[in-house]
Design a binder for this molecule. Sequence first.
Ligand code: COA
Ligand code: ZN
Length: 310
Amino acid sequence: MGLFSAVPGRLRVVEVGPRDGLQNEPGFVPTGAKVRFIDLLSEAGFGVVEVTSFVSPRAVPQLADAEEVLRAIRRRPGVRYPVLVPNLRGLERALGAGAQEIAVFTAASETFNLKNINMSVARSLEVIAEVVREARGAGLWVRGYVSVCFGCPYEGQVDPEKVLGVAGRLLELGVDEVSIGDTTGVATPRQVEETVGRLLKELPAERLALHFHDTRGTALANVLTGLLMGISAFDSSAGGLGGCPFAPGASGNLATEDLLYMLQGMGIETGVDLDKVVAATRFILGVLNRPPASRYFQSCQAVRADVRGP
Ligand code: COA
Ligand code: ZN
């Protein structure tokens, strides 16, 4: 038995850059640039590209153009384009703009949830129950997010039992898949083993995704831990977009390029074309006018510079 014998031969990579990345940019990215970025990502071969959020524009002004973006993207057959929805109002807006997939979200920490959506976890699960009922009635595919599963900036350590309770409830409510988030990038591999191990005692691996941020450089090590435990879906963001607008240079989500490079090297299929992701990242970084967090992307730039010569 090799060390990697439990690792699935094929994985799903969920691209969240247009939403999780761009919501954290300090400035507003023009609508046309968002649409072009999403279209480039669609062409790269992802099965899921998260597009935007139908949340309060006061809470997230960066995504205030959600309707326009969702209406303008070129939908590639077979690709899902979820949008975040916090309440029934958000669902109505999303349906009005033609959404066929949504993502609902809550947290494993009470304080974080209050700060993020002004609801206790229990209250948010009641709201989500209504949203999911309506959404399923309308034939939508539904993803669920649990934020801060490995540590909370306000409450510190998060108990795996709490994560299990929230993730299990989301699945009971009828969401198709639950993404277990390390929102602030604090997780380390042994903790991933503990929390994911607890979840897998009760929940099916194929209904779970892992969502790591690379804030402290542990995201790929955490992915590898999830892989070894049989998890087959991972979220990432092109270029490693995201991060804190108030901490220049702080990295955000695990960079899709870095994840794909590792998976390709391990012989794991994703269906995603790494060069096309690099092209999408190059486009959006030009708009944002800033350097990439993705290490793989940086290496491509270095090679290009070499080729050009002094
Ligand atoms: N879309 C647009 N506007 C919405 C909305 C939605 N889905 N839901 C509520 N609003 C508006 C209300 O009309 C109200 O507007 P007003 O102040 O102009 O009257 C305002 O937002 C506040 O609404 P209220 O129902 O009192 O909610 P709240 O202040 O308790 O905020 C949320 C709750 C969930 C709407 C808000 O916290 C939010 O959108 N959070 C999103 C956070 C997020 O996206 N985080 C990142 C992803 S994890
Ligand atoms: Zn995230």
